[in-house]
Design a protein around this ligand. Structure first.
Ligand SMILES: O=c1ccn([C@@H]2O[C@H](COP(=O)(O)O)[C@@H](O)[C@H]2O)c(=O)[nH]1
Length: 233
């Protein structure tokens, strides 16, 4: 598989395979990867992965598994068996769960990237407090990222606001996959911890997850290209 020219992963959050593929067909698979999340996968099933692979896209299956170790390890294996480029679990599922998931990939010689969600980008410090988490949001992200690193995973989902801290503590090679990316003119929607694409890359994000600013644009591929042009080389 040749190297991609862009770190952008377009989130295909649609209620049907047809709508997702209409959008995917407007995107250049050499310019981005795509993400299939809970809504699309639950409605369309695994055949959406095949359809996207046939169009030349690498796919991040964003189902954020959060369960006991055996269940997560088997779910991650099931995803990897379908040829996805990346899959994820929740870091708050714990060290043993993440280790079991990683070990299952290694045991089956699968190279699928495995990452873990730290704190959702839709959450603020106040949301964490509601859950009984008293430490700072940044510290919670760092703790979960360190646990993920210890478990041998490839990286984390975090906001770009934490990317520089994680680069400093865990290195450049540890992936920082960052949703909550908003070009300066876009609306925030339900995201709390946001950053522009160019600032996110400068801060140390390795991949930018972008949904609505591209998928709801009149010309999605033009929106994608415009964002790519803003990125530092
Ligand atoms: O912390 C997280 C984890 C995942 N997401 C997902 O990323 C996209 C973002 O879409 P936008 O339209 O650009 O807001 C979406 O699929 C989320 O499920 C996230 O936003 N934050």
């Amino acid at each position: 598989m040749e190297t991609y020219v862009s770190p952008i992963i377009v989130a295909l959050d649609f209620p049907s395979a047809e709508q997702a593929l209409v959008l995917a067909d407007q995107l250049d698979s050499k310019l981005c990867r795509v993400k299939v999340g809970k809504e699309l996968f639950t409605r369309a099933g695994p055949s959406i992965l095949t359809a996207l692979h046939q169009r030349g896209f690498e796919v991040f299956l964003d189902l954020k598994y959060h369960d006991i170790p055996n269940t997560c390890a088997q779910a991650v294996l099931a995803a990897a068996d379908q040829g996805v480029w990346m899959v994820n679990v929740h870091a708050s599922g714990g060290l043993r769960m993440m280790q079991a998931a990683k070990e299952n990939l290694v045991k089956h010689s699968l190279k699928t990237q495995l990452i873990a969600v730290t704190v959702l980008t839709s959450m603020s410090q106040a949301d964490l407090q509601e859950l009984g988490v008293e430490r700072s949001l940044e510290q919670q992200v760092l703790n979960l990222a360190q646990l993920t690193h210890q478990a041998g995973l490839d990286g984390v989902v975090c906001s770009a606001q934490e990317a520089s801290l994680l680069e400093e503590k865990l290195g450049k090679a540890f992936l920082k996959v960052t949703p909550g990316i908003r070009p300066a003119t876009s609306s925030t929607d339900d995201q709390q911890r946001i950053m522009t694409p160019e600032a996110a890359m400068t801060a140390g994000s390795t991949h930018l997850v972008i949904g609505r600013p591209i998928t709801q644009a009149k010309e999605p591929n033009q929106a994608l290209e415009a964002i790519i042009h803003l990125l530092p080389q």
